[in-house]
Design a protein around this ligand. Structure first.
Ligand SMILES: C[S@@+](CC[C@H](N)C(=O)[O-])C[C@H]1O[C@@H](n2cnc3c(N)ncnc32)[C@H](O)[C@@H]1O
Length: 394
């Protein structure tokens, strides 16, 4: 399989290639036509002189992940409409003014330019609301994957809406990852997410695995589900899940009514997961998030370093759980937001600004969850109130 393709700046018009940016026109010889056809089949000879010339002229571009570059993660909330009303959810589910589809394409192009200029690999999570309710999801996936830079794509879903054949084909064709939310054993999950939804989500997990797509399961730890992790894990193991991603409740929006763990309870749960990880090495479950150094993992909050969010109103935020508006994707480029935001700049110098956590010996691998600090104290630079170590740092 080739790691190259015809640039999306190029239009193939019969036996000609037009560079729509420079206006350059190339007449294709028989060898050129064969090369284009071979590229489309993923079988072009990368050593041929013609291939090398087209690569040098930007007609052919490389689209695989460059292992020397870091990934930049964009979490994109396409809509806030959802078929569920989960008890812990931060999302208000009303009054959003989402981007029009054409604007989404422009935002994608804008992200591509940003990735090229900053030399990041891209990572893009499409979410909501419920992304499977977004009517043009497949079209958007195709558009994102037709761009000239590497973008690893993920869909974050509740797994209660079946993946249709068109979406399944797009997932397989473009190697799109899927994250499904499950927040407990059957009884607790249904208490949080509504009757019957555990079985619906589990059925989706199983059917994806049967089709060769291994979903990651996301579990938000809160008071009511912190004691059923082992039962949940048994079901995940039986279903063949290979990766679980735990995170902590951020008490914001309607979700603020759910109860977060105390620092002691939090440490106990994380340490318990570390023990379970030893017992079941075939399933990965150590989160790369703040505080997970207690389980031997690292999880420096990526805000200001390699992530941005666009919410369901098209607004840039540092993280969906850190509701600070940094700009409007209708009018502001990624470049502008990334390089001019004072908030992001302070996050890059967090050792100077973050109280207590900045002085912690674990600051370089943790630094606390800035979203939880903001949710509890209204200050993203406050101490992370969910951390046991914080009281010991002076
Ligand atoms: C808002 S949902 C959108 C995608 C999809 N509808 C789903 O349920 O996965 C994305 C993720 O955010 C998590 N989430 C929602 N509210 C949260 C909160 N207050 N704190 C932490 N995570 C939260 C959900 O559990 C879910 O895993």
């Amino acid at each position: 399989m080739n790691r190259y393709k015809i640039s999306s700046n190029i239009s193939v018009v019969g036996k000609r290639l037009l560079n729509t940016v420079t206006g350059e026109l190339y007449e294709l010889t028989a060898a050129g036509l064969n090369l284009v056809a071979a590229l489309n089949r993923g079988e072009a000879d990368e050593k041929s002189p013609l291939f090398k010339r087209m690569l040098a002229e930007g007609v052919i571009v490389r689209v695989d992940e460059d292992p020397r570059k870091e990934r930049f993660h964009l979490q994109w909330h396409l809509l806030n409409g959802c078929n569920l009303r989960c008890r812990h959810c931060y999302d208000e589910k009303q009054g959003s003014s989402p981007l029009a589809f054409e604007q989404m394409l422009t935002v994608t192009d804008n992200f591509v330019v940003f990735l090229r200029k900053t030399e990041f690999n891209g990572e893009l999570s499409l979410t909501g609301g419920e992304p499977l309710l977004f009517p043009r999801l497949v079209e958007l996936i195709e558009y994102i994957k037709s761009r000239d830079v590497f973008i690893a794509l993920f869909i974050l879903t509740n797994g209660t809406i079946p993946f249709g054949p068109e979406l399944m084909a797009a997932l397989t064709k473009h190697n799109v990852g899927v994250q499904i939310s499950i927040d407990g054993n059957e009884a607790v999950h249904d208490e949080i997410r509504g009757e019957g939804n555990y079985q619906r989500s589990l059925a989706t997990v199983k059917s994806l695995i049967a089709s060769g797509v291994y979903p990651m399961v996301h579990y938000v730890i809160m008071k009511r589900n912190s004691v059923v992790i082992e039962e949940f894990l048994a079901d995940m193991l039986a279903a063949g899940v290979k990766r679980i991603n735990f995170s902590n409740l951020v008490p914001i929006g309607p979700g603020a009514k759910e109860v977060a763990l105390s620092p002691e309870e939090n440490a106990t749960v994380i340490e318990k997961v570390a023990v379970l990880q030893q017992k079941y090495p075939g399933i990965s479950m150590l989160a790369r998030r703040p505080l997970w150094h207690l389980a031997g993992s690292t999880g420096l909050c990526p805000v200001g370093l390699k992530t941005l969010t666009i919410d369901a109103n098209g607004m840039y935020m540092p993280c969906r759980r850190l509701p600070i508006i940094l700009g409007n994707s209708r009018t502001d480029t990624f470049f502008k937001v990334w390089f001019t935001s004072e908030f992001l700049q302070k996050m890059r110098e967090r050792e100077k600004y973050v109280k207590v956590c900045g002085k912690c010996p674990k600051a370089d691998i943790c630094g606390g969850c800035r979203a939880i600090a903001h949710a509890v104290y209204g200050d993203a630079f406050a101490v992370d109130p969910s951390c046991l170590l914080a009281s010991k740092v002076v």
